[in-house]
Each structure stands twice: as C-alpha cells, then as structure tokens.
Ligand binder design. Structure first.
Ligand code: FE
Length: 227
C-alpha cells in the first residue's frame, strides 16, 4: 500500500508542473509544490533506495509489490467491470452513461479515478487511451500504469500514428474501423470496454473476467479468445 501511496503523491505533484504551460487541462497550482522535486521518478527512486538501504524491504519484494499493482490487483477490478457489462445490458448502459457511479457500484473508487469515462469498442470503432502529458491512468480499475504507458514514445506516437502503435502491440485495426484516441487528464480518466470475444455466450461473469486483459482496457490489446 505504501508504494501505491508514494507513487500517487508524486504523480499529482508532477501534474501541477507538467500541465501548466500549454495545455487545456486546468490544474491548481499550490505554491508549496514548487519546493518539491519535480521529477516523480526521482522521488520514487529516492524512496526505493531508502527502503532498500534501511533493510525495510528487499528488492525482490518491491518488484513483486509493483508487479501486483501493475498486473494483478488493479486490472482485475477493471476486468470485473467489463465482464459485468458484457452480461448485464442495464449495467452496461449505466456504465456508458455514468462510469464513475457504475464503477462505484462494484466498490471500485478512489484517487486517480474520481471522474471516469468508459468508451466502448464496436465493430466500427476501436478506442485507445493515452495521457499525452504525463501518465494519467484510472488507478481504481487498472492499478498503476505500466512503464510503456508513461514513455515519451507512447505518449507522442499514439496521437500521431495510433494504427502503427497498435500494430506494434499486435492489434491490427482494419482500415474501415475508426480509431479514437482519448487523452486522459487529471480530471478525467478513461477505460476501454473491449468487445466480448466470440464463442463466449455460455461463460459466466467470472470466466469472462479472465479474458479481459489490462491492455484490452487501455485499447492496446483485445480481450482474449477462449483457449
Ligand atoms: Fe497525466
């Protein structure tokens, strides 16, 4: 939990700075923020080094903790939201109309997820999310963002050449399918509702949730087919 909290704090600090120049996001600018180091990576690294050197945590445990938030705990929440939307059309309607409330119905809420918007993939539209300025990401449903999501390359290229980026993730989007790129902000976080794979008509919610990958909810992947 501490790891999450530390990262969370450094994230919001970075916002006050990196969004302040040429972007439409509105952010508050607390003066005391200027006294803190601006680079969140540096802050995290400092905390990590301290924990390791004090022997409070070993690097293996730390990696495991980060992996858990990045790949396990977080995305599982989002997967349950998606699976519920696949089996329950009323829930899906609520989710697309007011994602924050619909997600809260499943008790997923909190920092970095106060205002959620869910965008639905259809045979005509493929959605992908990015934060062009930093790494805004819906924590309560996806956990902490993967490293590539925060990279300069992903952030700049996803807007410029989304189809090419998607193909590098192994997602081939046909020319007739529209690609929509959603730029997350501190105020608004997006989640992609991937298409339900074919042949899953008889699967229940729990089984379906296992098909929902983290990347399918970012848009850089599709829900898995049944093995
Ligand atoms: Fe951001």
């Amino acid at each position: 939990m501490d790891t999450k909290k530390d990262k969370d704090n450094s994230h919001s600090h970075s916002h006050s700075h990196s969004h302040s120049h040429s972007h439409s996001h509105s952010h508050s600018h607390d003066d005391h923020h200027s006294l803190l180091p601006t680079d969140p990576e540096l802050r995290v690294k400092a905390i990590e080094t301290l924990l390791l050197s004090k022997g409070l945590i070993d690097s293996e445990t730390l990696d495991e903790l980060i992996d858990t938030y990045e790949n396990k705990i977080g995305p599982q929440n989002g997967a349950k939201v998606v699976a519920k939307a696949w089996v329950d059309s009323d829930y899906k309607k609520r989710l697309l109309e007011d994602a924050t409330s619909a997600i809260r119905e499943l008790s997923y809420q909190g920092r970095q997820g106060e205002n959620m918007v869910v965008v639905e993939n259809t045979p005509e539209i493929h959605n992908v999310i990015v934060c062009t300025l930093c790494s805004c990401y819906p924590w309560p449903v996806l956990g902490i963002p993967p490293t590539w999501y925060k990279s300069d390359e992903y952030r700049s290229r996803t807007v410029r050449e989304p189809r090419k980026v998607l193909s590098e993730f192994g997602v081939k989007v046909d020319d007739e399918i529209q690609v929509k790129v959603w730029d997350s902000t501190a105020e608004l976080r997006y989640l992609v509702l991937p298409m339900r794979p074919e042949g899953t008509e008889n699967m229940n919610e729990d089984e379906l949730a296992k098909l929902v990958t983290r990347n399918s909810m970012i848009g850089t992947g599709l829900a898995e087919n049944i093995k």
